[in-house]
Design a protein around this ligand. Structure first.
Ligand code: DX5
Ligand code: ZN
Length: 215
């Protein structure tokens, strides 16, 4: 079954605990945490303190998406505060192999992510070392943007490499996911759908999650 990772970027920050419990009750599989530094992306959001605060709130794995320059500097801090999956942008990691190894050595799952216009070739050689490949379906920085369709070709490309090499990482997409685009993603080989506004902007989160999962 396709997993759903609600992005708390679109949650009510003044009620973060209730918002997380609501999507957990509603059937979420992961909680997606968008960390932005105002450098790698043109927005600033949250950091390790927020991860620390929400860790005791939920049993769900925390799927932490680092949109920051020099992610190596902060890996240990995010591991300490309870991230379960730490995903780094290939574009922000000049020593990507080392960065992934550092995450794995710390005992958590390592993910790698590329922007829409970044070719799959950039991450091809690290595929055997990762637990998750995130393909951005918007340019990162903000919630509520439109899905970029050409990324579906990259999903198929990564899925093909995964099959050819007998690898087991999950393929995740992030940005512009709703019931309509979710269907296209699943058909292309996606295992985990991140959705922010399509879940948190709806009153009934269980219904929103179900319609994305079954869309
Ligand atoms: C974008 C973030 C996404 C964002 C998705 O930079 O990485 O996780 O929250 O929001 P929606 O689902 O509204 O496009
Ligand atoms: Zn994200």
């Amino acid at each position: 079954m396709t997993k759903i990772s609600p992005s708390i970027l679109s949650a009510d920050f003044a009620n973060l605990k209730e918002e997380i419990l609501d999507v957990e009750r509603g059937g979420a599989d992961y909680i997606h945490v968008d960390v932005m530094d105002g450098q790698f992306v043109p927005n600033i959001t949250m950091g390790p303190l927020v991860v620390k605060a929400i860790r005791p709130v939920t049993k769900l794995p925390l799927d932490v998406h680092l949109m920051i320059k020099n992610p190596d500097k902060f890996i240990h801090e995010f591991v300490e505060v309870g991230a379960d999956i730490l995903t780094v942008h290939a574009e922000a990691s000049p020593h990507l192999d080392r960065t992934i190894q550092t995450i794995k050595d710390a005992g958590i799952k390592a993910g790698v992510v590329i922007n829409p216009a970044t070719p799959v070739a950039l991450i091809q050689h690290v595929l055997p070392n990762v637990d998750l490949v995130l393909l951005m379906t918007v340019n990162p920085g903000f919630g509520g943007q439109s899905f970029i369709h050409y990324v579906l070709n990259k999903v198929e490309e990564v899925d093909k490499l995964r099959k050819e090499q007998g690898l087991r990482f999950e393929i995740e997409v992030d940005g512009g996911v709703n019931a309509d685009t979710a269907k296209l993603c699943k058909d292309a080989g996606v295992d985990v759908l991140v959705a922010g506004s399509a879940i948190f902007n709806q009153r009934d989160r269980a219904k929103a999650i179900a319609s994305i999962r079954n869309g």
